[in-house]
Ligand binder design. Structure first.
Ligand code: URP
Ligand code: ZN
Ligand code: ZN
Length: 460
């Protein structure tokens, strides 16, 4: 059924103008004034509202076997939560164990999503082991439409690769025209620090940050940059939490390394004091890299606003406080790392970024949608509003205040790290390829609408 969105203020990464948008056959077919709707069309009056391209979250975990448990969401819950928050495309990390074959993992992760997702999706392929058998499967996976890898420099003994594997993964990525996303923390430094702290009786969640301080992350970034320079591989540093780590990437960029930087909504708005709360509440905020000293936030906001930091993601990795985070009572190294944020990224970023004057609304669209589409080979199908693009659209009411609460969220987890935070506005309607999925706080779409997005390598 066609869709007409009338009279909204259209905002892209470069423009702001008032117009109507008409969608047919899943794509935007017309943009103009006084567009006429076919009799069967759905018509939305967007007067007084902002119309954004669907937002893209380039760093999400849904199926995640990790630290002796599994992340809580399924595609059924996560994709609906994403849509309520204005995210119409997500990129999930495929994170196999070292003993799993990459192709089996690709099929397993894809099987968890196909026919179960309300929003569109694709994957970064985790390179968690590198040998000739794995290499030939990575080639096949790229041919199947995956144009990004993920490597972990942390999580020794789980997802982490050694230096020889890192070198080979970056070499292959360059050959295939694939970008490598990377979790940068020095695994050995983390292991040594954890051992020392636990031996000294420092077992509470507040010791998670000191076990992997800013310098551990900065060293990880420096390490990746040295390796990437050897092959001239395109790289993307995920979840950059602090100034020293970002500076390492920016310095490498001035030396000619092709690197993009992601930060997370939680690093911009929460800080280390959350991970120091009493009564084990701090465990709700344990993630890696950890929440940092608040002094980092000014640097992150400034470099986000000026485009040096390209994207804001979530690294959504939800674990219940009850029963899951509690696995680490008495030993912080056993607290499952990660926090839920998929549903709240856009509302929090709009409030803390645009409404508070830290970034303009075009840059908001750029860092929450357009850049991810460009970096990961989805542009201009996704990430913008133009004729021929998918009809992924968010009609946003910028003046509709509310408070974030676990009681009203759609993520399948028993707490919300932003609990009580006041937000200025929210998505009033969210559309995926021309179909209205969320309207006035209700899910009204097809819960199986989401499609796997094939991506081509060499899109730079
Ligand atoms: O703490 C985090 N970030 N958990 C999810 C896995 C990862 O490192 O991205
Ligand atoms: Zn990570
Ligand atoms: Zn992650």
């Amino acid at each position: 059924m066609p869709l007409l969105i009338r009279n909204g203020q259209i905002i892209t990464a470069s423009d702001s103008y008032r117009a109507d948008i008409y969608c047919e056959d899943q794509t935007i077919s017309k943009i103009g004034t006084d567009l006429q709707a076919a009799p069967a069309a759905t018509v939305i009056d967007a007067g007084g509202k902002l119309v954004f391209p669907g937002f893209i979250d380039p760093h999400v975990h849904i199926y995640l076997p990790f630290m002796g448990t599994f992340a809580k969401d399924t595609y059924e819950t996560a994709s609906v939560a994403a849509l309520f928050g204005g995210t119409t495309t997500l990129i999930e990390m495929i994170c196999p164990s070292r003993s799993e074959e990459p192709m089996q993992a690709f099929e397993l992760w894809r099987g968890k999503a196909e026919g179960k997702s309300a929003c569109d999706f694709t994957f970064h392929m985790g390179v968690t082991r590198y040998d000739p058998a794995a290499e030939s499967q990575f080639r096949e996976i790229v041919r199947a439409g995956i144009s990004s890898f993920k490597v972990f420099l942390a999580y020794k003994g789980a997802f982490g690769v050694d230096d020889a594997e890192l070198y080979q993964a970056l070499r292959l990525a360059k050959e295939l025209g694939v970008i490598v996303t990377a979790h940068c923390e020095n695994a050995e430094l983390v292991a040594q620090r954890q051992k020392e702290l636990i031996a000294a009786g420092k077992t509470g969640p507040q010791w998670h940050e000191p076990s992997r301080p800013e310098s551990v992350e900065a060293e990880g970034v420096h390490h990746l940059m040295s390796f990437a320079a050897m092959h001239d591989t395109h790289c993307y540093i995920v979840h950059t939490s602090c100034e020293p780590a970002a500076r390492e990437a920016l310095a490498a960029r001035t030396r000619g390394v092709k690197v993009w930087i992601e930060t997370l909504i939680q690093y911009l708005t929460l800080d280390k004091t959350h991970a120091e709360l009493p009564d084990f509440q701090a465990a709700k905020f344990v993630m890696s890299p950890p929440l940092r000293d608040r002094r980092n936030q000014q640097f992150l906001w400034e470099n986000l606003a000026n485009g040096q930091i390209s994207t804001v993601a979530t690294d959504h990795a939800p674990f219940d406080f009850s029963g899951q985070k509690e696995m680490g009572r008495g030993d912080f190294t056993k607290i499952p790392n990660g926090i839920p944020s998929l549903e709240d990224r856009i509302n929090v970023l709009y409030t803390a970024g645009v409404k508070s004057g830290r970034m303009d609304v075009q840059r908001f669209v750029d860092c929450a949608s357009t850049q991810a589409a460009r970096i990961f080979g989805l542009y201009p199908r996704k990430g913008t509003i133009r004729v021929g693009s998918d009809g992924d659209l968010v009609i946003f009411d910028p003046n509709r205040p509310s408070k974030i609460s676990v009681k009203t969220q759609h993520m399948a987890v028993d707490y919300n790290p932003f609990e009580g935070m006041e937000i200025a506005g929210r998505a009033e309607a969210v559309c995926v390829r021309g179909q209205v999925m969320v309207r006035d706080g209700k899910f009204v779409g097809d819960r199986k609408r989401g499609r796997f997005l094939q991506r081509e390598p060499n899109h730079f």
